[in-house]
Design a protein around this ligand. Structure first.
Ligand SMILES: Cc1cc2nc3c(=O)[nH]c(=O)nc-3n(C[C@H](O)[C@H](O)[C@H](O)COP(=O)(O)OP(=O)(O)OC[C@H]3O[C@@H](n4cnc5c(N)ncnc54)[C@H](O)[C@@H]3O)c2cc1C
Length: 461
């Protein structure tokens, strides 16, 4: 391990990468960098738990967290056998051979719940709580022989030699003792409140432009324990609509636990008391699911959280930037969490980094990496914006496209409630396997129109 003064490293010295932050993006970055660097040091301000447990640096772990199928695929490729590890940790896995295990309600219509999808294996999901998922990934990274962790240390900031990064300054939380970890590469994975923009400004570089839009989302989440076998459904999602600013999500996790999250959009404030949350759940959930939750044992306290805005920092647009510095995960782009794309985005960015390392080596990572990461982020960002636009009441000219979108969504969902092919397309988009364009492909539009005609004829008859 290289600790001490950052200067004077010769060309023959071991190549060191330092990853700042040991949450999902940091762990995935460490996994990828371990293939290209002699040594990878992960710096994390929390003391990392040995087992499965919440930690202060990831407060979102108390809320509904689901890794999309597309993200799970990438993780399984980075850590072969990870899905088996999650199963061994108790995470229920779910394919789409039995649609009755999921309850998805969008625009007042419930997706088809009978039979199996044509390609059920494509949509494998592991319903691990966030602490379980992170602990399984962390143990895999810990097992890499050239990766070490420096827990309980705050990253203060990168250290520059001229315009190149030569290390990172860290401070031990307990003692305040500071030191510099020498590094050839420093990657910032410290999440949404990352300090890289401030560091750049302080060093005379431009800050990245921030694309941002208001989301005004609220979450209220409670974990429950339910008796084994008490509930058939493993997933229930009730999306907010233009007319109703509250939605809900429920996931079955390991150890017979279930997370229930009430979701408020467009600034709608949620109750902070379990009794009120339960009555809101009674209004939204199907009766048989709510009855189980009503009798379930609450574990721990209720957690409330506000999420004001989605932010994309455009590092890919910067003309000048320190050599040897990269940024990944929420530190680059944090999305409205309601679509569950954050960890998948981190996985896509890690995969982009892996490809760039394989194609160009470690000499000039910055431009190709930020470009490739932006390429992964852009479609998710656009889909997020469109979905948020669809669910947030608006005024003026924007009401027209919004009404058109709302009408098509309603017609699509009404048709999907009995049409398994439309259900499959919707679920594939939801799981990040296909782009939203699949929902308006000619074949799909024709099915939606045919279904609407049949329903109109049935009403007339
Ligand atoms: C309410 C909510 C619900 C969500 N639900 C989902 C979901 O269902 N599915 C999904 O895929 N994503 C979800 N997300 C997003 C997901 O949690 C993140 O995208 C994911 O954790 C990747 O983030 P990250 O690793 O970049 O940053 P973070 O998870 O924020 O982690 C940053 C890490 O850096 C550490 N750190 C911070 N500053 C320092 C410092 N100065 N020195 C040392 N260490 C530091 C922190 O302790 C932490 O470990 C949700 C987010 C929220 C807020």
């Amino acid at each position: 391990m290289v600790i001490g003064q950052a200067h004077g490293r010769d060309a023959m010295s071991a190549r060191v990468a330092v990853v700042c932050g040991a949450s999902m993006a940091g762990l995935l970055a460490a996994r990828v960098l371990a293939d290209a660097y002699d040594s990878v040091i992960v710096v994390e301000r929390d003391l990392l738990p040995d087992g499965v447990s919440q930690r202060p640096g990831v407060p979102q772990g108390h809320h509904l967290h689901m890794l999309l199928s597309s993200g799970l695929r990438i993780l399984e490729r980075l850590f072969p056998g990870l899905i088996a590890d999650l199963r061994a940790g108790g995470a229920p896995t779910l394919d789409t051979r039995d649609l009755s295990l999921t309850y998805v309600e969008v625009s007042g219509h419930v997706l088809c719940r009978t039979g199996a999808l044509a390609d059920p294996d494509a949509m494998l999901t592991a319903l691990a709580s966030r602490p379980l998922l992170e602990s399984v990934v962390r143990e895999r990274v810990r097992a890499l022989c050239n990766v070490s962790f420096r827990e309980g240390h705050d990253v203060i900031g990168p250290v520059l030699s001229g315009r190149a990064v030569s290390g990172v300054q860290v401070s031990e939380r307990g003692t305040g003792r500071q030191c510099v970890l020498s590094a050839d590469l420093v990657i910032d994975a410290t999440g949404r409140s990352a300090r890289t923009p401030a560091f750049l400004a302080a060093q005379g570089f431009d800050r990245p432009v921030e694309q941002t839009y208001r989301v005004q989302l609220s979450y209220a989440s409670q974990l429950f324990r339910v008796p084994a076998g008490a509930m058939r459904e493993k997933v229930a999602i009730i999306s907010p609509t233009l007319q109703r600013p509250t939605g809900a999500g429920m996931l079955a996790y390991e150890d017979n636990t279930v997370i229930f999250t009430l979701i408020g959009v467009a600034g709608h404030r949620l109750p902070t008391d379990l009794t009120e949350i339960r009555s809101a759940a009674a209004e939204l959930l199907p009766r048989h699911i709510h009855t189980v939750l009503e009798a379930a044992e609450p574990l721990g306290t209720l957690h409330n959280r506000q999420y004001p805005a989605s932010v994309w920092r455009r590092y890919d647009k910067l003309a000048s930037f320190p050599t040897g510095l990269l940024v990944i995960g929420d530190a680059v782009c944090s999305f409205n969490p309601v679509y569950g794309q954050g960890m998948t985005s981190a996985a896509l960015q890690a995969r982009a980094l892996q490809k760039v390392l394989a194609n160009t080596g470690i000499t000039e990572l910055r431009r190709p990496y930020f470009r490739a990461a932006a390429h992964e982020i852009a479609p998710i960002w656009r889909a997020n914006r469109l979905n948020d636009f669809a669910a947030t009441p608006t005024t003026g000219w924007a009401t027209w496209p919004q009404r058109a979108l709302d009408s098509y969504t309603r017609a699509y969902m009404a048709a999907a409630s009995t049409d398994r092919a439309l259900t499959e397309t919707f679920l594939r988009v939801l799981q990040g396997l296909d782009s939203g364009a699949a929902l308006v492909g000619p074949g799909r539009v024709a099915r939606v129109i045919a279904n609407a005609r049949r329903r109109t004829q049935a009403q007339v008859a």
